[in-house]
Each structure stands twice: as C-alpha cells, then as structure tokens.
Design a protein around this ligand. Structure first.
Ligand code: AMP
Length: 546
C-alpha cells in the first residue's frame, strides 16, 4: 500500500525559496573580489538567482546543460549556483588550483557550455580557452566598472546580464533525481572523475548536515564557510544554511589569519568550517596579536586529519568547541562528525579531546563499516583497521560517463579508499589512505597518527610521513618536517618528543627537514610527489640490516 502524502520533489530551489520567504532579510556578507565588504540578503539573492536563470536561458542554456563556475565563496557565486540549478541545468564547480591540462580535460569532459569566472581566475581561463571549443560564453563575475580587458571569447559582465532581467522566472521543475551539481575528484592518479549530485541527494545531505550533532545550524547562527564552494560543495553549507536561514559570511579570496579573524570578529560568526591549514594560519595570527574569539562557539575541521594539538588550543585556550569531520567529494561530502555522546561532556577535557581526535560518528543517511582485504567485515573495537566502506542516498553510485567502471560492490558499498578503525561507540578514526599506509614487517603503520603527533612539537610547522623501502621490514616510516619560522629543531629532539606517544615500532627511522611539503589542489599533502622526491632515500637503519 502506498502512502498518501504529497509528492514534493526534493529540489535544491526549495532551500532558497524557504530562506527568501521566511528569512528574507537575513544577511549574506561577502569580502568581495573587488575589495570592499558587501552585504545582501536571502530575498535579494533569490531574486538575482532567478535573474541569472533568465540570463542563462537567453544564452540558450536549457535543462540538463552543464554550466561551470570558477569562483571564490561570494554572494554572486551563490546567485550563480541557484540560478544554474533553478534552470534545471547542472552547476559544475571548477577548482582553479588544478593544473591547466586537468582543467582542459574536466571542462571538455563535462561539456561545460558557459563558465562563470571571478576576476582572479580570468587569466587561468585565458590561458586555456583556445582548447575549450564547447564553451559559448564566459561570464565575468563583476560589474561594468571592474570589467577587465580580456582575451576570453564572448566575455560577458555578470552585473550587466543579470540586472538586464526582470526575475519573473519560475524555477524549472522535474524529478528530484535529476542532476544539479557536478564536482570532479582531485584524482591523484589517472584523470579526475566527475561526481554528479542530484537535487534529492543535495537536499537530503543538507538536512543531514543540519542535524544537531552535525553542523547543527540555526536561524540565529552566522556561519563562515572558509571551505570553498569549488571543493566538495563547501561541505554542503551553501545548501544547509538557507534551509535554516543562518547568516552566511563569505570570505572571498582571502584566507589568511588576519582576514579570517576580521570577519569572525566583526560579523559575530558563531560557526565556521575549514581544513587544518587554514586554522594553522588563524591560530598563528591569534598567538601573535593576542586576539580572542568571543562570538565563535564551534569550528568544524576536516579535509585532512585535525592534529590533537590544534583541537587542544581551540578548546582550552579559546573556548571554542571543535568538531572533527570526515567526508569526501563522493559523499556530498559529509560522512562523519565528532560530536560527543551523552555523558562524555563530564569526562576530563583531555579524554574529551581523545574522542575529538577521532574523525567522528556517521551522520544519519550514512551507513559505514570496515572490512579486510577479502571484504569480510571487521569488528568495531577501535583496534582493528580496514577498508572504510560507505552507503547512502548522498553517496556516489557511479562517476560521470561511467569513468572508473562499476564503483560499488555487489551489496552497493562504495570503497572510500581510506583505512580506518571503528570503536564500540561508533567513532571512526582514519588511519590512512589505503595507498599511503606503511607496511612494516607485515603490520600496518598509520602515517596520519605519526604526523599528528609530530606537529604537536612546538618547533614543527608541518609534518608528513611516508614509507621508505627497507631490506628487512619492507617499509619503514620517514618523518619529513617543515620547521616553524626561525626554528631549527634537531632530529633527536623531535624523536625524543614522540617517545611514549606512539608504539616503539612506529617510531620513524629518520627525520628529513624540508622547506616545503607539496600539497594537492584541495590542500592535502601530496604523498605521491613526496615518495618520488625521496625514492632514493636511504634510511640509516637500512645499511645495518643489509
Ligand atoms: P576530497 O574528496 O578531496 O574531499 O577528499 C576526501 C579524502 O580526504 C578522504 O577520503 C580522506 O582521505 C581525506 N579526509 C577528509 N577528511 C579527513 C579527516 N578529517 N581526516 C583525515 N582524512 C580526511
């Protein structure tokens, strides 16, 4: 027997409709690319999104077409998103940090017809536009006064084309399973692959993301998504915030400590989210200036493992609650969030931080398990680690155009490529990417755990651990360190600091000091490059074993 409730397709336009209707005057504040801080609200964004849809229609864009954006987090970007999706087209977010060849591949593979581009990235597209035969127009996201002289063919001015429209546009409707968003994985090996979100998956994900133990946003919150809209949906915030009418503070192009602090402070931000490198910059700024964070009550850290020392500083020194999160582009992107369970807030702070150092519990809609190499489920005892497998309505079922073949097992589980433990309470801890785990004497060593401890050393700015071939043990860990400015730590003092914090046989066999650690386009440590860089490295312990 079928239920008799209304058939109300879960389309992302319902989110911005809701925000405009019930939270119309709630602000969206932007550090604009042109410089000044600008202010708008949900009502105005809603209107201009409809104008954007009309402008795109005038350019010949129709339902199912793909329209790209290469832009920072700004109100204009939000208007473009909802305009594109509201027309029934697919919004393809381009990561400007990718190499030119990857961008050319992605734009052609996705068949982007129009690209919205921020002033900052006009030169990036100018360099490759000759190789983009399918792109009919480039919309530069600025006003007439700031329009650059550009070599881009058919370059249009955002404000001109949007403000030429009336906005009397009715969203294109249709099935909730229709595509509305596209984001390519950074693809450390092979070509990047397209994750194609549906209206339904994005709406369900935004509701899951808004639950109390997840982002837990409310109308009274002011959220600052430092995580870019071009990377994994800005962790869903551009959908989740309108669903509750939270104020959004958009950081534009400036992620340095001083700029982020200024927005946190002057805009009364209560909740913010970013990768650990951004927080390192902010904490460095706070330390230097002695500034405090009175309005901020929670910070979400994800994308890479949040080091324990970072969680401690936020919680103990600044009285800001840390929520460690894990997810991936293929998961829309949130998978887990590290909220405490009942009773845990009574634990001593150091034990609460033990829990928060883990990546958190699955949010509703995410099913999760760990398996061995043969696909057999492993126990949730906090010790066994295995392949992290996920399932759910906001998890990818396939990549665009079938790239990568069948990505699910017979029971519909997606292999995240991460290795993790799950404990009795459901908290998951990432040990490594499957391809980065160090195999020593038949056992696995977690590079992430060693890195997290090493960055706790007061003279260490960043640390990476890779496996180096070893004649006796197959592989042994090498710790690669970037020292803090003005500091010259020694190998001995770093290893001494780590003693007792990790198992003896996990201790790195050597420490190498470098000026810089390479990062991927999404800010993760590029282990592949490091492994190449250190491929001829001889560990001091190797000759002894030979
Ligand atoms: P992306 O699709 O670019 O967001 O990358 C997803 C990958 O980032 C995951 O599969 C993890 O390997 C890694 N990742 C994300 N969040 C965390 C975290 N909190 N701790 C460790 N690794 C993480």
């Amino acid at each position: 027997m079928k239920g008799l409730m209304q058939d109300w397709p879960l389309r992302v336009t319902t989110l911005i409709d809701h925000a405009a209707r019930f939270h119309g005057d709630r602000e969206i504040v932007t550090r604009s690319i042109e410089g000044p801080i600008t202010r708008t609200n949900y009502k105005a964004v809603h209107l201009r999104a409809r104008k954007t849809a009309q402008a795109l229609q005038r350019l010949g864009i129709k339902k199912g077409d793909v329209v790209a954006t290469m832009a920072w987090n700004t109100a204009r970007h939000l208007e473009a998103w909802y305009g594109i999706m509201g027309l029934g087209a697919v919004c393809h977010t381009l990561n400007p940090r990718l190499f030119a060849e990857q961008l050319v591949y992605i734009i052609n593979h996705a068949e982007d017809k129009v690209i919205f581009v921020d002033l900052t990235f006009v030169p990036v597209l100018e360099a490759i536009s000759a190789q983009l035969p399918l792109v009919k127009a480039y919309v530069v996201m600025t006003d007439r006064a700031h329009m650059p002289a550009t070599k881009l063919p058919n370059a249009l001015c955002f404000e001109d084309i949007v403000e030429a429209e009336k906005g009397d546009f009715k969203w294109v409707t249709g099935d909730e399973n229709e595509a509305c968003g596209l984001c390519y994985t950074s693809g450390t090996t092979g070509n990047p692959k397209g994750v194609l979100y549906s209206h339904r998956s994005n709406v369900l994900h935004s509701m899951a993301a808004n639950m109390g133990d997840a982002l837990g946003m409310k109308a009274s919150d002011a959220i600052l998504p430092v995580v870019p809209m071009f990377h994994a949906n800005a962790w869903g915030i551009a959908f989740a915030a309108p669903a509750v009418g939270a104020k959004i503070v958009m950081p534009g192009a400036n992620m340095d400590g001083a700029s982020i602090y200024e927005l946190l402070d002057t805009e009364g931000v209560t909740c913010t989210a970013a990768v650990p490198t951004v927080w390192l910059m902010l904490l460095g700024y706070l330390e230097k200036t002695g500034a405090k964070l009175p309005a901020l009550n929670r910070v979400v850290i994800g994308g890479s493992a949040a080091p324990r020392s970072m969680i401690e500083v936020f919680e103990e020194k600044y009285d800001v609650k840390v929520f460690h999160a894990w997810g991936m582009t293929e998961m829309s992107p949130m998978g887990t969030l590290g909220a405490l369970k009942a009773g845990m807030e009574k634990l001593p702070l150091s034990q609460q931080i033990d829990v928060k150092t883990k990546q958190g519990r699955a949010i509703y809609t995410v099913e999760m398990k760990i398996t061995d190499d043969n696909g057999v489920e492993l126990p949730s005892d906090g010790k066994a680690f295995g392949h992290l497998m996920v399932r759910g309505p906001a998890v990818a079922g396939a990549y665009l155009k079938g790239e990568g073949g069948n990505i699910l097992d017979a029971d519909g589980w997606f292999d995240t490529g991460d290795v993790a433990t799950l404990d009795e309470q459901g908290y998951m801890q990432i040990t490594d990417r499957a391809k980065d785990v160090i195999k020593s004497g038949g056992e696995w060593i977690s590079s992430i755990e060693i890195e997290n401890i090493a960055v706790g050393h007061p003279k260490v700015a960043e640390a990476a651990v890779i496996g180096i071939l070893h004649p006796k043990w197959d592989e042994r860990p090498l710790l690669i360190v970037v020292a803090k400015e003005g500091e010259t730590p020694t190998k001995e003092e770093i290893l001494k600091y780590m003693e007792g914090k990790i198992a003896k046989w996990w201790m790195p066999d050597d420490v190498a000091f470098v000026k810089e650690i390479p990062h991927t386009a999404t800010g993760k440590i590029q282990k592949l490059t490091l492994r190449q860089q250190f491929k001829d490295y001889k560990l001091p312990t190797a000759s002894a074993a030979e």
